[in-house]
Ligand binder design. Structure first.
Ligand code: FNR
Length: 355
């Protein structure tokens, strides 16, 4: 029987050759936001490895929006060129280059995981962070600055300019990062947003910032190219953002022209209780797809070919995003196709390994 995972997915003018995407993964390897040969080889090898879509790591729209000082960025034109080279290579492998645009808000200015992941002091190259409200992620962190209306407008404008650069860089899929406790999610969740103005309080107010960013991105992003939004479908915490709100937001995003909801979860608060296990986030992709009738992506502890195949074949999600397993095996697309006996084109250089 033909593989569902290795069937093409057409979204607007782009056809992914299969439903396996490489989930965005920070590499903490950029200098001043610039991509380099590490990013070329990391992203490029996963493209030659058979995935249909390669989403570049959370790429910051401004220096202060970086999770770590070593994040990629698109806040200046000079940052475009290396990404053009990477994207040309990805396309040469018959894969599709995507970008995740992000702002880390109160979670910015953090060290790379191998340096402990906690706040980088200003004298060591860190910076003051911004957020909807002056509530730090860790109690021991300095409080972020609550964005005023001008500050909000600046972030929105930064997303617009970064999108323009992303188009110039040749990306073909845009993903807006509204998950994992970063700035948009900080506005969505009542646990991090205690504002009393038009951006806080009611559901309509908490989603306003995300909707304004989506509109700013759409002003620059070509209408015929796919637009994804990654959300955390729940905070896994009492009083937090939840699945019902995610469904309601997804419905609005669909009306606004978003093509796919990439359903992740968590990251908003330290008191989250996550029942981690294989497929643990798949029910979110499934509920949003069923309730809203929008394409969804499933992510999180999807590590096996048969598991990924079942998710797509049973209609729980339209796309499977894999992160860590693709670090273990950059040729994950080739491996999964082999296991599922799906007939796919291998890079000609590798064909002698195709059994
Ligand atoms: C991640 N993740 C992540 N998510 C995201 O939306 N933007 C990002 O830049 C990153 N960065 C990142 C770096 C690294 C090294 C890892 C391992 C993970 C989360 C990732 O995309 C994915 O959602 C989770 O890892 C769950 O999927 P897996 O790893 O179980 O397949």
């Amino acid at each position: 029987m033909a593989s569902a995972l290795f069937s093409p997915l057409t979204i607007k003018s782009i056809t992914l050759k299969n439903r396996l995407a490489i989930s965005p993964m920070c590499q903490y390897s950029a200098v001043d936001g610039f991509a380099n040969d590490w990013h070329l080889v990391h992203l490029g090898s996963r493209a030659s490895g058979g995935a249909g879509l390669i989403i570049q790591e959370a790429t910051s729209v401004s220096p202060e929006g970086r999770i770590s000082p070593e994040d990629l960025g698109l806040w200046k034109d000079e940052q475009i060129e290396k990404m053009q080279q990477i994207n040309r290579f990805i396309i040469s492998q018959n894969s599709v280059p995507g970008i995740q645009l992000a702002h880390a808000g109160r979670k910015a200015s953090a060290a790379s995981p191998w340096n402990g992941g906690r706040k980088v002091a200003i004298e060591k190259g860190g910076w003051n962070t911004v957020a909807p409200s002056a509530i730090p992620f860790y109690d021991t962190d300095p409080a972020p600055l609550a964005l005023d209306l001008d500050g909000i407008q600046k972030v929105i404008a930064d997303f617009k300019s970064a999108t323009k650069r992303a188009v110039q860089a040749g990306f073909q899929v845009m993903e807006i990062h509204a998950a994992h406790g970063y700035l948009m999610h900080q506005f969505l969740s009542p646990l991090s947003n205690t504002r009393t103005d038009a951006y806080g309080g009611s559901f309509e107010n908490r989603i306003r910032f995300t909707l304004e960013i989506v509109a700013a991105v759409q002003a620059e992003w070509p209408e015929n190219l796919p637009l994804f939004v990654r959300i955390s479908a729940t905070d896994w915490a009492e009083g937090g953002w939840n699945l019902q709100e995610s469904i309601a937001l997804s419905r609005i995003l669909k009306e606004k022209g978003v093509d796919l909801i990439d359903a992740s979860s968590g990251g908003a608060v330290t008191q989250q209780q996550i029942p981690v296990g294989p497929n643990y986030q798949v029910p979110f992709a499934e509920s949003i797809k069923m309730e809203v009738g929008i394409l969804t992506g499933a992510v999180g502890l999807i590590t096996e070919a048969a598991q990924a195949e079942e998710i797509v074949a049973s209609g729980k999600a339209d796309l499977v995003l894999v992160a860590r397993e693709s670090l273990r095996d950059p040729n994950l697309g080739l491996t999964f196709a082999h296991e599922l006996k799906a007939e796919i084109a291998w890079p000609k250089q590798y064909e002698r390994a195709k059994l």
